[in-house]
Design a binder for this molecule. Structure first.
Ligand code: ADP
Ligand code: MG
Ligand code: ZN
Length: 491
């Protein structure tokens, strides 16, 4: 987006929590037991002297976390630094028990990658500057008049993925964040849960006159934990900066926060106050030396990635690029699609037609339901058989498109089989001329004026008749058949 010759420049720093069993420098659990949420874990239950920062305790690196970071780097075309190291980032904050965060600074584990994103103007390549490993901080819990500190999250492994300032609009930033989210969830190195903050974004935003070579001063909007918030916060921040500059002011480099209820960004702290971290190499850990043979092994274990899946969907099912992009944006949705399509082809239905019809239902009705309840497909009662059954009924013209939606909605709520739902709710489309003929005769008798119009050549009144009959049959009549019957009657 641009405004009066200005354009935006955006770079994102994304934190992804790695879904390892244990923390990055100790053996404490890094996540709640399966099926439980973070809030169900007793406060400070997952802590030990290492992650609680007791003097004299020593960190021991979790190699699973390293492996996950390497996978992220390989999937985003990064160079792997076979010799890299950790650094201390020193600052005071109550949720940081050691008084420093162990992170990576001058030598991150991965550098100089790239990722293709989808934009309205076509695909675009976004460069990644670095991916580094670090530990998360704890959490301050504010009570009435005092605060407590929960260290369950302290030392949970994170990767921070830093892009180059290659995005030019909120749309591109949102698309990049979605693409990266898809990559880490496909790799199964991060659960992608944004509500819990397991995938979150800091957005760096500046504006400049289009023709200017030099970048403008940037602000950083902290901790955006939804795709929509990233887009809205950037849009707001762009127009705020343009207004400041047009009014003759200048942008100060600062950290800002996004207030979603008001849709504005507000200053948090200026850069000068905040960032003198006195980084130095972490003396309690050896440099991290990675065996190149291990990197090659990991490369071979990478799953099919979103971009590859998208290309295959286009080839295999002749899906439009857009449909393939939407389906492959979520691993769960893509797998659901393939299972439904597989069921249909095992029943002997034409793969391509069935594929398109399956994609339509998933992108339309199912996505609508997912958004409405803000859940992912695995959390619903819907299974691939449901969609396969609906597609088959549509192909056989046994349900209308309205009936198909109603059947999916009902299966969504109850999980019951489509066959049962269709019979129970009377969704089967009536394609029996013996049943429909009386309706046709009644309508023709009731609207002599329209019949005259039709006979005078106004073919458009056909849809009037069809509408009348649909109304009388509760939407169950097969519209193609009604049309045929009316034409025959009036010819
Ligand atoms: P720092 O070391 O101060 O954190 P970096 O150079 O690592 O700065 O950049 C941090 C993030 O800010 C990166 O994602 C980068 O792309 C982005 N960035 C840097 N300069 C600008 C700018 N002028 N406008 C927008 N984003 C920027
Ligand atoms: Mg930074
Ligand atoms: Zn611990």
């Amino acid at each position: 987006m641009s405004d009066h010759g200005f354009e935006a420049v955006i770079g994102l720093e994304i934190h992804a929590q790695l879904s390892t069993e244990s923390k990055i420098f100790c053996s404490c659990p890094a996540k709640p037991p399966a099926g439980r949420s973070v809030s169900e874990v007793k406060v400070n239950a997952n802590t030990c002297p290492v992650c609680a920062g007791h003097p004299g305790s020593l960190p021991v690196l979790n190699h699973k976390a390293v492996e996950y970071a390497l996978k992220a780097g390989l999937a985003t075309n990064c160079k792997i630094n076979l010799r890299n190291w950790f650094s201390r980032k020193n600052y005071f904050y109550p949720d940081l028990p050691k008084g420093y965060q162990i992170s990576q600074y001058d030598k991150p584990v991965c550098e100089n990658g790239w990722l293709n994103i989808e934009t309205k103007a076509g695909p675009k390549k976004i460069r990644l500057k670095r991916i580094h490993l670090e530990e998360d901080a704890g959490k301050n819990v504010h009570m009435a008049g005092f605060s407590m500190i929960n260290l369950n999250r302290a030392s949970v492994p994170l990767i921070e993925i830093v892009s180059e300032p290659d995005m030019g609009s909120a749309e591109e930033a949102g698309s990049y964040m979605r693409a990266l989210h898809a990559v880490v969830t496909y790799l199964d190195i991060c659960d992608g849960n944004m509500q819990e903050g397991n995938f979150r974004c800091d957005a760096n935003v500046s504006v400049k006159i289009k023709s200017a070579k030099e970048l403008g001063t940037r602000t950083e909007i902290k901790n955006l934990n939804s795709f929509r918030f990233v887009e809205k916060a950037i849009d707001y921040e762009m127009s705020r900066q343009i207004e400041v500059i047009k009014a003759g002011g200048r942008i100060v480099q600062e950290t800002r926060t996004y207030d979603a209820s008001k849709n504005i960004t507000l200053p948090m702290r200026s850069k000068e106050e905040a960032e003198d971290y006195r980084y130095f190499a972490e003396p309690d850990l050896l440099p991290l030396v990675i065996d190149p043979a291990r990197v090659d092994e990991l490369r071979l274990t990478l799953p099919e990635l979103p971009e590859q899946k998208r290309a295959r969907f286009v080839l295999e099912f002749s899906l439009p690029w857009y449909d393939a992009a939407v389906l492959s944006s979520s691993r769960a949705l893509a797998e659901f699609f393939e299972k439904s399509a597989g069921i249909l082809s095992s029943r002997g239905l034409d793969g391509k037609a069935a594929g398109k019809s399956t994609a339509n239902l998933l992108i339309g009705e199912v996505t609508r339901l997912l958004n409405e309840e803000n859940i992912v497909i695995g959390e619903s009662k819907l299974v691939p058989e449901h969609i396969a059954d609906v597609v088959q009924l549509l192909e056989e013209k046994a349900v209308s498109s309205t009936g198909a939606k109603a059947a999916i909605s009902a299966a969504w709520k109850s999980g019951h089989a489509i066959g049962t739902i269709v019979e129970r709710d009377g969704l089967r489309q009536v394609s029996d001329s013996a049943v429909l003929e009386p309706f046709v005769e009644k309508v023709i008798a009731a609207f002599p004026d329209q019949v005259a119009e039709y006979k005078a050549g106004k073919v458009k009144v056909l849809s009037f008749f069809i509408g009348q009959i649909m109304k009388q049959t509760g939407g169950k009549a097969n519209p193609a058949l009604i049309q045929e019957l009316i034409k025959k009657k009036l010819s």
